[in-house]
Structure formats: structure tokens, C-alpha cells
Design a protein. Sequence first.
Length: 449
Amino acid sequence: MTRVLKFGGAGLRDGAAVQRSAELVAREAARGRVLVVVSAQEGVTVRLAEAVQAAVRGDLEPWNGLRVRHRTVLTQLGLEGDLLDRHLFELRAILAEIGTQGRAERRMSDFVLSFGERMSARVMAAVLRRLGLSASPLDAYDLGLTTASKRGEAALLSPPTAALRRALEAVPGVAVVTGFLALDSAGHLTTLGRNGSDLSAVWFGEAVGAEEVVLWKTVDGFRTADPHVVANTRRLAALGRDEAIEFAVNGAAILHAGALEPAARANLTVRVTDVRDPDGPGTRIDDRSAVDGPLGLAHRESVALWHETLSLGRDLGEQVAEVAAQLEPERLAFQGHELCALVSDDKRVAALAESRAPRARLERGLASIAVVGRGVGEDTELAERVSAIARSHGIELAPVPGGQNPSSLAYLLPRPALATVLQALHDVLFGGAETLVPQPRPESSAART
Ligand code: ASP
Ligand code: MG
């Protein structure tokens, strides 16, 4: 049985990080067959996206930065300096072509983005070979990873085929596959959205019937809350797929939410673990959570609510689809002709709201919080308790539109209150430090739906 090992950008940040990750692969490969999936080096995908924008203006300078970055890693690793030249020069030619055209179609920009993972796979395979393993870099799109949809929505991956499984089994030694990349239904290279390599890894796990997919990151797993915002958080040893999905869709950026879809299809165990602590237990994502009740808190720091009155004369579904396509909302609900969407609070959305006024109205300055755990969405007593905790800090929580789910309770609140309310909820629900003293309801509530 194969184990899939996926390395995120942080685990490939520089020469030392790549070396450490490769040594981990060698260690695991000594125990059984492994399939490796890699992201681009940390920050490279963002740099490539910037390089596209600059190329449209005829500026190829960002390419230089990318070249130096990759060359430096090769030097740090003591690999041949020209290992990535073919890719780097092809990348330069594409950027120049974008400059000539003065614009970058999605196909072109996806092509540019693909170089991060493609170069990463070459570097990892070269280090593995130096460690004495036989290893081959492979591009996922050559292996038939096909999405049914446009970029970023690639949770709609077609299930892997038996032919793919055979192709992977035929690879001698360790296959090092690019994450994040696929073909669209028309056969063009496409990308799977931020953190898309998680999705690739689980999809390949499904393809080879893996016993486990390990996502090596620079976090030690899921925690009771984001440790950057909340004190005294604890690592969760295990959780169910439904709860992992709720953490992800409510803003805990640990894992690509879509990754759990192939995991569910193939009933795969996924483990999130820390490259810096290879023997640490991490968090195991099982079919189903072993415990009921609250597991942790997820949050989004900056969200807005979009309200729109849809036209009476036009097809409702068509209008909803149009708004959804433009807004890319986190959540969406509608009642009668009133549509309400949870969106990110940014300039693009604000400009869109202005262009669709007065039908559309944007309520800005919000944050969202979710209590995640098996069955919490149906626990009215818990919901009252959560509201009372917030109220004791003068905050009235409002429900997230379209946020109902058996494994989460999701709320909106004014952004400035986020840290206080998160900590208070954490202390009461997971810290056991404070007892709850409910206080009278405040005069006004800032977050309304
Ligand atoms: N390189 C892509 C990103 O930075 C995909 C991934 O890392 O999973 O989002
Ligand atoms: Mg990443």
C-alpha cells in the first residue's frame, strides 16, 4: 500500500527546507511505497501571479527575481546550476509573449503559475536521487488530473481512472508529482486555487488507493483556535471529515476544503502534520469524529455582507448565478427575492456593490466566528451559551446567512470585537478557565443580517 506525502510551500521554502523534506521522504520510503506531491516553494505562486501583471505592462523584472530565487535554492542544495534552465527560459518566453499581447488570458496566467510546482518537483526529485533513491518528477496534467470546472472551483475533480493508477504504478521508484495543476474539461492547463496541492494530494491518494495521505505543513495540525489570535490553544489529535470541512469553510486556512471530497469518496485517512516535527502526531482526519460537541473555533477576520434585491421579472436562478460568479461568496442564501452573501471585505467587492446600487448594498467591517464540532449546529443550548458569552462582552452575534450546518455554529460580529470574543469563547468552551456570567443585552447591535 502506498502513502501519499504532500509538501506545502513552507516545507520547501529554501535549500535547507527542501533537504529536510527530502530526507523525510527517504525515511518514509524505507518503510513502504510513497508518492510525493509538491507545492511551489513558499511565496512563488504569488510572485508568479505578480510576474503576469508586470508582463502585461511589458515589465519582465519579476522573472529575474524568480530566477535568482530558484538558482539560489539549487546552490544551497549543491545541485547543478542549470537544472531549471529549461523551465526558467520557457517561463521567460511566455512572459514576453504576454507582454507582446498586452494582456494575459486565464490560460496564459495559469500556464505561468504552473512553473512554481513544476520546478519544485524537479528540485525534489533531484535531491531524492542524490539521497540514493530512484525518483522521477511528473506533471499532474500529464497524468489525467482533470477538473470539470474553472480555476479555483476544482473541488469538482473527476474521479481518477484505472489507467492513471496503472501509470503511477509503472513509475519506477518515487513519483514526485506537481500539486495545484490539472487540465480543464477542454484539455487546457488549469490551477486548483490557493492551497490546491492538498486537493491534488488527496486525489492522487484516491487514485492509488493509498492507506494514508500525509499533508506536511508548518503547522502541527488543527488547533482549538488560531494560535496567532488566541492564547492557550490546543492541538486536536483527531477530527471527522465534516468538522475539518467546517474548519476550512469557516476560515481556518489549514487545509483546502475541497481536498476532503476525494477523501470521502475513497474513505481515506488524511493527516496534517509538521515538517519541523516529523515524529509529532499531527491531526488525523477520520471518516467521522469520535466525539460529539465543540472541538474548536474558526474565524475570518475580514468579511462583508452583500444584500441584493433580485429583479422580479427575470429568472431567479440566473440572477443568483450571475451574482455568485462575480462575488465568489463564501456563503450565500436567499429568501424570496432577497439575496444575502458573505463576501470578503475588499475594494473589488465594494466597487461591485457601487456598480449594482441601489439593488445591492454592502455591509462592511465584519468578522465571522464559527464553533466547530460534531452536532453543534443542532445544539440550541450551546448556541444560547455562545451568544451569552459574546453578550457578556457587549457584543450581539448575528447568524451567518447560509451558514447552517450540523457541524458548525457560525456568526458575524463587528471586526474590532473579534479577538476579544474569540478569546472569551475559547476560555469558556476549551480553556475551562472562566465561568460564564451572562450580562444584560446591549442597547444596539452592530452586526445585523
Ligand atoms: N502553490 C499554490 C499556492 O501557493 C498551491 C499550493 O501551495 O497548494 O496556493
Ligand atoms: Mg501552499
